[in-house]
Design a protein around this ligand. Structure first.
Ligand code: GLA
Length: 410
């Protein structure tokens, strides 16, 4: 997809959403904001260990059309009510609607997808001293839900960039990443790190985001897939996962225990060749994954800086093996996707995101893409697993305001 095409698609989607907004809420929105999902190229479970990650924003995104309540203009202007509607949560079944008040918002007072915008309002009040007035919001998204591509973070990021612009809050991108992390951790109740929001906020077309999760220093490293005749194929196993479940937080606790036992504040401070023999076997494996994964991220980032994207495949596959055997967050469907893709000619493959379901990615030459797709589909059919969804993604720009073209405003 060329840049021109993707920009046009985005403008068209935004224009359609703005028109729909007017139909639903009876007034034009103040604007439309976009926030992409992400694929993590490498660096899994390292973010909450203050380590390194290398995700990229993808060409699938959440869009929100938003209108603030204005005193004197709106009948309910003096209220702090937020009215939400989504074309997304129930595709094909009409709009889902929700409502909450910005005043006195506490965790538990908004459920399902409404918890994401509500969590952002909560985090802005708790951590940025911002009091958010009532607003109307219409959501649409092309990030598949439950696929491990950060559909929920995309919603949170779209909401925070919209409110930041509309209320003139002057927040910078790392600051917005931190606030949306608070929204997830404190309001939604998922103990996740800062990678996904950062990719959605700071991604750039044609590049991956090399992020130091301790300092939040970041660098865009080139990821010129098309120029090298390469694709990143997403293999969504359609095994749904949730990071509010026990597995993710158990891994996080193991890492914290490991760091404490090694006398370090976090595993980032532990040298790659540290002696782990004093730890129990399971903690050793968890820690070994984090230490080795940080090294792999550094190596892949360097290869990308050197223009050697076609030599990162083995490191991607090594990451998967470490996640499967040491960190134990894979599942049979993810392992099968990786094995089948490699057997059919992929240069490297790994699960992406938190694991326990969701998606794997494969780095494939354009010439091999059909064979890899066919190999994965037939391996899943042979095992009697649900058919996976296969699609390619490109590194895209991070979140922002979408300029509506004239027809979109009518
Ligand atoms: C999820 C979390 C991230 C990160 C990954 C694992 O996507 O939201 O913060 O921890 O899992 O790398």
């Amino acid at each position: 997809m060329s840049t021109a095409t993707s920009a046009t698609n985005l403008e068209e989607r935004a224009g359609a959403l703005a028109r729909r907004f007017a139909g639903v809420f009876g007034a034009e929105p103040d604007g439309v904001w976009c926030a992409p999902g992400r694929v993590n190229l490498i660096g899994e479970h390292t973010d909450y260990n203050n380590g390194f990650v290398l995700p990229f924003a993808i060409d699938r995104s959440a869009l929100v059309a938003v209108r603030l309540r204005r005193p004197g203009q709106d009948p309910e202007a003096d209220t702090d009510v937020v009215r939400l509607a989504s074309t997304y949560a129930q595709k094909g079944l009409g709009l889902t609607r929700a409502e909450f008040s910005t005043g006195g918002l506490e965790p538990g007072l908004a459920a399902d997808w409404a918890a994401y915008p509500a969590g952002v309002v909560y985090a802005l009040a708790q951590h940025a001293g911002a009091s958010v007035p009532g607003f109307d919001l219409l959501l649409d998204s092309t990030v598949p839900v439950g696929a491990g591509l950060s559909s929920s973070h995309a919603v949170e990021v779209a909401v925070i960039v919209a409110l930041n612009d509309l209320l003139g809050l002057g927040l910078d991108r790392p600051g917005m990443a931190r606030l949306t992390q608070y929204a997830e951790n404190e309001f939604v109740g998922a103990p996740t790190g800062i990678m996904d929001q950062s990719a959605s906020l700071m991604g750039a077309e044609g590049g991956a985001l090399f992020l130091d999760c301790r300092s939040l220093d970041s660098e865009i490293v080139p990821l010129p897939l098309a120029e090298h005749g390469l694709s990143v194929l997403v293999m969504d196993t359609r095994v749904e996962h949730s990071h509010s479940d026990g597995g993710y937080s158990a891994r996080r606790q193991s890492c914290e225990r490991g760091a404490a036992a090694l006398g370090a504040e976090s595993l980032r401070e532990v040298p790659a060749d540290a002696d782990l023999s004093g730890l129990d076997r399971q903690t050793q494996r968890r820690v070994r994954h984090i230490l080795s994964e940080n090294q792999r991220v550094l190596q892949v980032a360097q290869k990308l800086r050197d223009g050697a994207v076609d030599s990162i495949g083995e490191l991607l596959t090594a990451s998967h093996i470490s996640l499967r055997d040491d960190f134990e967050v894979s599942c049979p469907e993810l392992d099968l996707a990786v094995d089948a893709a490699l057997a059919a000619g992929a240069m490297g493959a790994r699960m992406t995101g938190g694991g326990f379901g969701g998606s794997a990615i494969a780095l494939v030459r354009h010439d091999d893409e059909d064979a890899v797709r066919a190999g994965v589909l037939s391996a899943f059919a042979d095992k009697g697993f649900r058919e996976p969804a296969l699609f390619t993604v490109l590194p895209a720009d991070g979140a922002g305001h979408v300029q509506l073209t004239a027809p979109g405003r009518q």
